[in-house]
Design a protein around this ligand. Structure first.
Ligand code: MN
Length: 311
């Protein structure tokens, strides 16, 4: 079942509920007609039950929607406008304190979207929710061919954290266990010794924020060479806390918003099948973190018109 919660603060430039119903009914009538342009659905997941430091990611979806109205639908530097279809479907029903139930609701909703060939843009909420999205993809994509690009200050690849298996700090371990073809971590600058050992042993690629600073162009070449479907997971703490302070675990020495824009410029033109933007714990209008999160989504959508990839 598709969840639709009417939200007066809908993400900027999104179509309304009736447009969504009409779109779904037109699909049912012309099931075999391929759509020309990608269609996206934004889903909020206001869940933050495993947060261990700065709580409030449950306010992320509302804050990001509000912040999206700060922008134009035209990107001056890139000379492109948002012309793909985006439906803001409101928030998935979460069960506070119960990741299993929340994960099940999100997985079901994302699966429904994928069945309609709609690409989910999931706005958290804490990072744990990414697991549900990748698990839903498993029914539609061969995960062996999927590249996960994970932008984060943290590796999030501990086997368990504070005794918890499904946590914001273990999410990439759980996703790695789903056996994606490739996992690339970008902007990392914090891990336990065991996590560093694990990624080295498993030959998981990682690029620290210092490496992004020192050699952005060589990283852009690596990302540009990715083939096949991509899942993009963006923890806003990848940005330095001076520009994005309202996150669950602010971590200094991060990348800046200009560098992130360069990364998105490359990644948005890959075959992105789904993405998430997580860990925004902003709760007031004009918060820098939610503004950066909204900009990522708008930049991504803007570039879809320039995309030449095929599913
Ligand atoms: Mn993080």
């Amino acid at each position: 079942m598709l969840f639709y919660t009417h939200n007066p603060s809908q993400f900027a430039f999104s179509k309304d509920e009736n447009d969504f119903k009409n779109y779904i009914s037109s699909l049912s009538k012309n099931r075999k007609e391929p759509t020309k342009k990608p269609v996206f659905a934004l889903l909020g997941v206001p869940f933050d039950s495993t947060t261990t430091y700065r709580s409030g990611a449950r306010f992320g979806p509302s804050a990001v929607r509000e912040a999206s109205h700060n922008f134009e639908n035209y990107h001056l530097s890139w000379d492109c406008s948002i012309d793909s279809t985006i439906f803001d479907l409101g928030n998935v029903q979460v069960s506070h304190g119960n990741f299993k139930k929340t994960c099940s609701n999100l997985l079901e909703t994302v699966s429904d979207l994928l069945a309609y060939d709609i690409k989910p843009i999931v706005v958290g909420g804490e990072h744990t929710i990414s697991y549900a999205v990748v698990k839903a993809l498993k029914a539609y994509k061969n995960l062996n061919e999927l590249t996960i690009v994970h932008l984060d200050a943290h590796m999030d690849i501990a086997d368990s954290y504070m005794g918890v298996k499904y946590s914001h700090a273990t999410v990439m371990r759980r996703i790695f266990e789903l056996k994606p073809g490739r996992l690339i971590q970008v902007g990392v600058r914090s891990s336990s010794y065991e996590e560093k050992e694990f990624v080295q042993e498993m030959e998981i690629e990682y690029y620290t924020s210092a490496e992004v600073n020192d050699n952005l162009n060589s990283l852009l070449k690596v990302l540009d060479s990715i083939n096949g479907p991509v899942y993009l997971s963006i923890d806003l703490d990848v940005i330095d806390p001076s520009e994005a302070p309202s996150v669950g675990n602010p971590t200094p020495c991060g990348i800046n918003s200009q560098q992130l824009e360069e990364l998105i410029k490359i990644l948005a033109l890959k075959q992105v099948v789904a993405m998430d933007i997580v860990e925004v714990s902003a709760d007031k209008i004009g918060d820098l973190t939610s503004i950066n999160a909204a900009k990522i989504i708008l930049d991504f959508l803007c570039l879809q018109g320039k995309s030449s990839h095929q599913d």
